[in-house]
Ligand binder design. Structure first.
Ligand SMILES: [Zn+2]
Length: 185
């Protein structure tokens, strides 16, 4: 009993909270292989996303079916994006990929008129953006705004999802991605 207590004291006094919870995650539920995959690597079809990368594989599979999927915590219901091993609110470790309404608000955007990588030459001008989803505005997707005039864009305006191929010069493959356009209804 006294041994237990002194060990607990030793743990709590020397190990910072962050380190401790990470050590717990390491030792308990997350297989080593999954963790090493959290470092994405450059792949042949860059700058296309790697749709087989485990943490976002369901997201891209959903997009191919024209569904916007976001991981939702089984314990507390919080949407956690970008995918993480643990819930941002309750640190739960189990998630269900959940279909979203595809409705959101324009949080920020830019109009890109010059291609900084040769693969983007055929895309300019284009409008990369952050969209806050209606289900929880804390969830912001990196996306593109399409099918509208950049001059018409306003902060916090309603947008809705559309599905478009990501295409780049010199790359034969395409990936269907959720993009957004101004919501008229
Ligand atoms: Zn949670």
């Amino acid at each position: 009993m006294s041994e237990d207590r002194s060990e607990a004291e030793a743990r709590s006094s020397h190990v910072p909270r962050e380190d401790r919870s990470e050590a717990e995650a390491r030792s308990s539920h997350v297989p080593r292989e999954d963790r090493s995959e959290s470092v994405s690597s450059m792949h042949a079809d860059f700058p296309l996303p790697d749709t087989e990368w485990e943490p976002t594989r369901e997201f891209w599979a959903g997009a191919a079916r024209h569904e916007l999927l976001i991981p939702r915590c089984n314990a507390c219901g919080a949407y956690t994006w970008y995918p993480r091993e643990r819930c941002r609110t309750c640190r739960g470790e189990a998630f269900t990929w959940t279909v979203m309404s595809g409705r959101g608000r324009l949080f920020s955007w830019a109009v890109v008129t010059r291609a900084f990588l040769p693969q983007f030459a055929g895309k300019v001008p284009f409008v990369p953006a952050l969209v806050a989803l209606d289900e929880d505005p804390v969830v912001r997707l990196v996306t593109e705004i399409v099918d509208c005039e950049p001059d018409d864009l306003r902060f916090d305006m309603p947008v809705r999802v559309v599905y478009r191929p990501l295409e780049f010069e010199g790359i034969a493959a395409r990936v269907t991605a959720p993009m957004f356009t101004i919501a008229t209804s």
